[in-house]
Design a protein around this ligand. Structure first.
Ligand SMILES: Cc1cc2nc3c(=O)[nH]c(=O)nc-3n(C[C@H](O)[C@H](O)[C@H](O)COP(=O)(O)OP(=O)(O)OC[C@H]3O[C@@H](n4cnc5c(N)ncnc54)[C@H](O)[C@@H]3O)c2cc1C
Length: 367
């Protein structure tokens, strides 16, 4: 019997997964609920590890022609400015990157259904039943041999079958585009203080992406709207930038920290749909793309036997991302403490090379 694999979600995780599945010659369907191009809350930066995954799905040439290289990270923390050179990295708008990936998924021979939303209805010994809902309200039940849930932070598509192991909590994300005076091309600016942290970077089309993780405690609510809070953090910062003019709507996310069971039977979750820590290390897309690539290989290696795919994926994903997620959690915990922020700023402003092991860790290519 022919095996049909469904990927739910056409973000970076879902599209890389679909492309890799097609490289293995498998029959792939991908369902995306939005009409592309679509914007999303993101800092839009990708380091060496993420780039190595994009190269493996033949995106290297497109990245070289269309993304903006980043060479320097400037942080404002503990009342000081810290400048750290970056070895490899790019900034690229999510509208363009995700659109390009989805076009390539279609060109690779996968069947793309969009705008259509999917919801996993049931799993049994032989198939996963999924309800597909079209934009006009039409509904149909389809069977698939295995399903990859890559539906992002909102984690829609299968809340019931993959329960939370850590409920969403902690800071929430917010972003907009802006005109920012004085921000050089190729620089990632990051302003950190008690209310959260804000990243700014100039994209390939000249717009500046402004993305933040804002504390969600009760004491922070009096600080104003997400837009006001972001502008205040930038104003208090020591980043070498001038005036900031907001040029788009402000998008926000639910609380960011969460994790869930990432697989059961023939159903697996990847990317933000399987859990997230925080954006501080700028790795969310990388984690999603690494997972998309790795689950596609696991599906191909399964040779049609998907009974224990979910269980095997839980173990594989832990090995793949465990240390990266722990490092990110540790750094963001340190950052919340004002004394630690001050100490880190003192050391790094004098000895930026102390950050080299961390930047190397974040940029190491996938095995
Ligand atoms: C403030 C902030 C800054 C960040 N900065 C960075 C950064 O600089 N670098 C970085 O690497 N990461 C960053 N991230 C993280 C990054 O944005 C995410 O980790 C990444 O987008 C996850 O990709 P994904 O494919 O899992 O999910 P998404 O990109 O969210 O894609 C999920 C897709 O699934 C679709 N979908 C949802 N439900 C359904 C359904 N039921 N049926 C069909 N389709 C569905 C959605 O429409 C969406 O297109 C940041 C995050 C935040 C909050």
């Amino acid at each position: 019997m022919s095996q049909r694999i469904l990927v739910i979600g056409g973000g970076v995780a879902g599209s890389v997964c679909a492309l890799r599945l097609r490289q293995h010659g498998l029959t792939v369907h991908l369902v995306e609920k939005e009409s592309f191009p679509r914007a999303k809350v993101c800092g839009c930066c990708i380091g060496g590890t993420g780039l190595s995954v994009l190269q493996r799905v033949e995106m290297g040439g497109w990245i070289a022609d269309n993304a903006q290289a980043t060479q320097t990270w400037i942080g404002s923390l503990g009342g000081r400015s810290v400048r750290i050179p970056l070895t490899t990295g790019i900034a690229v708008s999510r509208e363009r990157l995700d659109m390009e990936l989805l076009v390539r998924v279609r060109e690779s021979g996968a069947v793309v259904h969009s705008p259509v939303s999917a919801n996993v209805d049931s799993i049994d010994e032989n198939r996963v039943g999924v309800i597909l809902k079209g934009a006009c309200g039409s509904e149909e039940l389809q069977d698939y041999s295995a399903v990859v849930l890559a539906s992002g932070l909102n984690a829609s598509g299968s809340k019931r079958l993959l329960p939370w192991t850590e409920l969403p909590h902690g800071p929430f994300g917010a972003s907009f585009f802006a005109k920012v005076d004085g921000l050089p091309t190729g620089v990632i600016g990051m302003a950190c203080d008690r209310d959260g942290y804000v990243g700014v970077v100039r994209l390939e089309d000249g717009r500046v992406d402004v993305a933040a993780a804002l504390s969600s405690g009760a004491s922070q609510r009096g600080n104003g709207s997400p837009k006001q809070r972001i502008l205040q953090i930038l104003e208090r910062s020591h980043l070498p930038i001038g005036s900031v003019e907001v040029t788009s709507e402000v998008m926000v996310t639910p609380p960011l920290r969460r994790s869930r069971l990432s697989g059961t039977g023939r159903l697996v979750a990847i990317g933000d749909a399987s859990g997230y820590v925080e954006p501080f290390t700028g790795e969310g897309m990388t984690w999603g793309m690494m997972s998309g690539y790795a689950i596609a290989d696991l599906i191909a290696d399964s040779r049609g036997d998907f009974h224990s795919l979910g269980q095997r994926w839980c173990q594989r994903q832990k090995r793949l991302l465990g240390s990266r997620r722990r490092t990110c959690r540790l750094l963001t915990t340190i950052l919340q403490n004002s004394v630690a922020r001050f100490g880190a700023a003192q050391v790094l402003s004098r000895f930026p090379s102390f950050a080299r092991p961390l930047t190397a860790h974040l940029s190491r290519p996938v095995d």
